[in-house]
Every structure is written in structure tokens, then in C-alpha cells.
Design a protein around this ligand. Structure first.
Ligand code: BEZ
Length: 238
């Protein structure tokens, strides 16, 4: 990505191609996003190793990794700490930390070392109002074409809700698969939104339709897709 006149790297946005980088990680070198062709990726940053909120997050995310992998999504973490700090922290988590029934947790997904902050800056993870020296808790959802589909930022003090990250991933995959949108708080099995009518004729048809469609008004029509159909369409194991 080119710097602008003021040498400030623009923050990537939804719909942009994921910025390219090479990095050293706890699982070897990666070329991003090329090494992740054909799968979804959640690229997320955390402020620092050996800190409590981050430790609770890593244990939770690592415990759910298989669930994300099962829907073709890989996890990649990043902080501006070095590789040996990452290794020591992940070893401590596995060997010593028991938290909320989780123990012996092995973090198998790559954790990027980014002492130079090169990757963190490319992705807008350093937000000086919050910290000049630590990445905020950023979450980038990148699709199999390498396009950024959603971005969520949290401040340093706020641990993420990983069930929500999973829900968001599934909702985006369902939107692609079934050409629909998903309403507030949607979960598989809830009604989905049919794209809004783009002409007066379609609006009229929708309101008069006897098909299995529920129109609250001409611009707001839903239909049912069963939980089983969503799960089989997205290859979610029951
Ligand atoms: C934490 O993960 O506990 C944390 C990290 C940086 C600042 C505040 C909290």
C-alpha cells in the first residue's frame, strides 16, 4: 500500500484488498494473504503478550479454533512483541494457566511478531489516541478472494466476544451462499432478509405474493431458511 503525502498509511476499509505482507510467526514465515487463498481468515491484533485480557482471549480463541476451521476460516494473531516473547507466553498459557475450565490450551494458529509495527501500521492497528506502543484489539475478516469483509475494533481494556465473531463469520458466509442479508441478532434458523425490491413492479409483486415470504412493508421482506439448510449449505457440523 502506498503512503500518502504526509507519510500516513491509510486505514484499510471494508471492500479493500487485504494489504500484503510477509511476516515471521510462531508457526514459521507467512506470506499474507497468498498463503490463505481459498479460505476465510480472521486476522486479529492484541496489545501485548503476558497481559491478562489478552491471555483470556487467546485461551478462548484457541479453544474455539476447530469450530472456525470447520467453516473454512483460519486464525492469525499479531502483536508488536517479538517472537521469543510470543513463544514464552504461549508456553506459559499451555503449561500454567487454568481459566474458566480451560487448561492445557495449545495455541496452534500463527502469532505474528511485529516489533517494527510494519504490519500493525498497514492495518491501522496502532491508534495513537489509545496507545502509541501497543496495537488495539482489531479484528479483520478477510474472504477467500483476499477482500476485507468486516472490521471490528475494541479498546485495550475490552476483551472480545468470540461467539459474536463466529456469528458474524457465519452470517457473511450465509449472505454469500444464499444471496440474502441477515437481520439484527441473526442466528442460523432465524428468518433472513430478501434483497430490497429495486423497482415499483417488484415492490408490488412482493406485497401481493403468496410465496413463502413475509413482508413487513414493500422494502422489508423476509423468508425462512431452516437451521439445517444453513448448516448444510455452509458445511457446519451439527
Ligand atoms: C490486557 O490484555 O490485560 C491489557 C493489555 C494492554 C492494556 C490493558 C490491558
Amino acid at each position: 500500500m502506498e503512503n500518502n503525502e504526509n507519510n500516513v498509511v491509510p486505514m484499510p476499509r471494508i471492500g479493500d484488498k487485504a494489504p500484503v505482507f510477509k511476516a515471521v510467526t510462531t508457526q514459521g514465515e507467512i506470506n499474507f494473504p497468498d498463503d490463505y487463498k481459498d479460505s476465510w481468515v480472521i486476522l486479529f491484533s492484541h496489545p501485548a503478550d503476558f497481559t491478562p485480557v489478552c491471555t483470556s482471549e487467546f485461551m478462548t480463541f484457541a479453544s474455539m479454533e476447530q469450530k472456525f476451521n470447520d467453516v473454512n476460516c483460519k486464525l492469525v494473531g499479531l502483536s508488536v512483541d517479538g517472537l521469543y516473547s510470543h513463544i514464552a507466553w504461549l508456553r506459559t498459557i499451555k503449561e500454567k494457566i487454568e481459566y474458566k475450565g480451560m487448561r492445557d490450551v495449545e495455541v496452534k494458529f500463527p502469532l505474528i511478531e511485529d516489533i517494527t509495527m510494519e504490519v500493525a501500521r498497514k492495518y491501522g492497528m496502532i491508534q495513537p489516541g489509545e496507545s502509541n506502543t501497543k496495537a488495539v484489539r482489531a479484528v479483520f475478516f478477510i474472504d477467500p478472494r483476499g477482500i476485507i469483509r468486516a472490521i471490528i475494533y475494541y479498546p485495550l481494556s475490552l476483551g472480545r466476544n468470540f461467539d459474536e465473531l463466529y456469528r458474524a463469520l457465519i452470517a457473511m458466509q450465509a449472505a454469500d451462499k444464499f444471496s440474502i442479508a441477515t437481520p439484527a441478532d441473526w442466528r442460523p434458523g432465524d428468518e433472513v432478509i430478501i434483497p430490497t425490491a429495486g423497482s415499483c413492479g417488484v415492490a408490488k409483486e412482493r406485497m401481493e405474493s403468496k410465496e413463502e415470504m413475509n413482508c413487513y412493508d414493500w422494502f422489508f421482506c423476509t423468508k425462512k431458511i431452516s437451521k439445517e439448510d444453513v448448516e448444510s449449505g455452509l458445511n457446519i457440523k451439527g
